[in-house]
Design a protein around this ligand. Structure first.
Ligand SMILES: Cc1cc2nc3c(=O)[nH]c(=O)nc-3n(C[C@H](O)[C@H](O)[C@H](O)COP(=O)(O)OP(=O)(O)OC[C@H]3O[C@@H](n4cnc5c(N)ncnc54)[C@H](O)[C@@H]3O)c2cc1C
Length: 417
């Protein structure tokens, strides 16, 4: 590679991991890690949890010290937004930033992530109507918290629930409205949705499912409420969490195939055979062992950003290593810790392990006799056992798993046993 080296656009979870993994693999070429946010690269998950609750500071979200970047010769550029890319057929080219700066590259990696989906409803642009995707959003939300009483969260996905439980912990009146029939329907089964809804309602969050938000109502110059199913729920703060949109525009502009994200192969390489795409922006072949042929997924998780960036680092250094781990995810919701192992898509039966007294709850998902996923609430041992079983292609017999007092690990059987 010439002096230009690798340009990584997007300096968050996936971009940071790619740079760090490349140096760990001994890659000696130049690396520029460029992002449009005016912050040093930081982690997002705590924005809706510990950071919002005031348990940790902004400083503790920062990934690496400047000393690390200097020592590893990774040039970190912040506050530069790439608006155009000129790319040659060999994969090299020039990225143009909005400021007029240009960044040459021999190879390009797109770690552009996703942005909050905007809610198209009257009043959505009123002051006090917020989204939560990045540190600036979180800082604005946090600044308003001391002066608000009534919060309406629109969207019963992970971000909405996490923020709702954090705001409830801070003493706010919180109403959570979800358009679908249940919470986090895209990611967990009905049993888990029901468990979460019951728990959060018991902790004082009013939950409305099947909620039609018709408009956001003003009170003077600011937000005053949300019209839901014909009634106005008072709100001096509205937080919208209705999903994300992958940032594919730059990739499309240079002719890369995109379809719910930038299409990549098992090695995180896009359709031109050179450009890398990793993290929330990438649409990849389903990496779960035994997944249906041709199935593709786009994850929105830390685990995926890390694992896919590692695969990409191997690809850049000339090694073809496939995505190894089992997809997993966590979501802290007040005093609940939900952990998900595997993907439940295509399951044909479920098994619920519930211990009301100890506040533990897991749902195991099976396709035929094979366990394919689990949702685990305050049951880290179940989570670890299922994750390990999936990785080893081991089985956890359905009939033996029904008793929650029996550790799953003790009944896990390897296929060859
Ligand atoms: C509040 C919150 C809580 C979360 N909690 C969890 C959790 O508990 N568990 C979990 O697994 N995951 C969680 N996630 C998801 C996780 O943070 C994401 O999956 C992860 O950040 C994806 O990393 P990424 O690098 O692919 O994309 P992103 O984090 O979206 O980063 C992409 C970066 O690229 C920048 N960028 C985009 N376009 C340009 C451009 N043209 N020029 C320059 N820069 C550009 C963006 O501004 C951004 O900084 C959470 C996310 C949020 C927002």
């Amino acid at each position: 590679m010439s002096a230009n080296g690798l340009l990584i656009i997007g300096s968050s979870q996936a971009g940071v991991q790619l740079a760090v993994s490349l140096r760990a693999l001994g890659h000696a070429g130049g690396i520029t890690l460029l992002g449009d946010e005016n912050h040093r690269p930081y982690q997002r998950p705590a924005l809706s949890k510990e950071f919002l609750q005031g348990i940790i500071t902004k400083e503790s979200l920062i990934y690496r010290t400047q000393a690390y970047w200097d020592e590893h010769r990774i040039k970190v550029v912040k506050n530069e937004r790439v608006v155009r890319i000129d790319k040659h057929s060999d994969g090299s080219g020039v990225a143009h930033a909005r400021s007029g700066e240009v960044f040459g590259f021999d190879r390009l990696a797109l770690a552009l992530g996703a942005r909050a989906r905007r809610l198209q409803v009257e009043g959505a642009d009123l002051p006090g109507v917020l989204y939560l995707r990045n540190a600036d959003d979180a800082l604005e939300l946090k600044a308003r918290v001391p002066v608000v009483h009534d919060v309406v969260v629109i969207g019963g996905g992970f971000i909405g629930i996490e923020a709702a439980t954090s705001l409830r912990k801070l003493g706010k009146n919180v109403t959570l409205v979800e358009a679908g029939p249940r919470l986090v329907a895209r990611a967990v089964g009905p049993e888990t949705s029901e468990y979460l809804a019951k728990h959060h309602a018991e902790n004082g969050i009013e939950i409305v499912v099947g909620a039609q938000v018709t408009r956001i109502v003003a009170n003077g110059d600011a937000v005053g409420g949300v019209e839901v199913n014909g009634r106005v729920v008072p709100a001096d703060l509205v937080l919208i969490g209705v999903g994300v949109v992958p940032n594919t525009e730059l990739a499309q502009s240079i002719g890369l195939a995109c379809e719910n994200g930038i299409r990549v192969d098992r090695y995180a390489v896009a359709s031109d055979g050179m450009t890398i795409a990793v993290g929330d922006v990438a649409n990849l072949p389903n990496p779960v062992p035994g997944a249906p042929e041709g199935d593709r997924v786009r994850f929105e998780s830390v685990n995926n950003a890390i694992e896919q960036a590692k695969v990409a680092a191997y690809a850049i250094t000339g090694r073809r290593e496939e995505y190894a781990g089992i997809p997993w995810f966590w979501s802290n919701q007040g005093d609940l810790k939900l952990q998900i192992a595997g993907l439940s898509t295509g399951h044909d039966r479920t098994l619920v392990r519930r211990d009301e007294e100890k506040g533990r709850f897991s749902v195991l998902y099976y396709r035929g006799d094979r366990i394919i996923a689990a949702d685990c609430v305050n049951t880290p041992l179940d989570f670890m056992a299922v994750k390990a079983a999936l990785a080893q292609r081991a089985s956890i017999p359905y009939d033996e798993a029904t008793d929650p007092s029996i550790p799953l690990k003790s009944i896990t059987r390897s296929e060859t046993a």
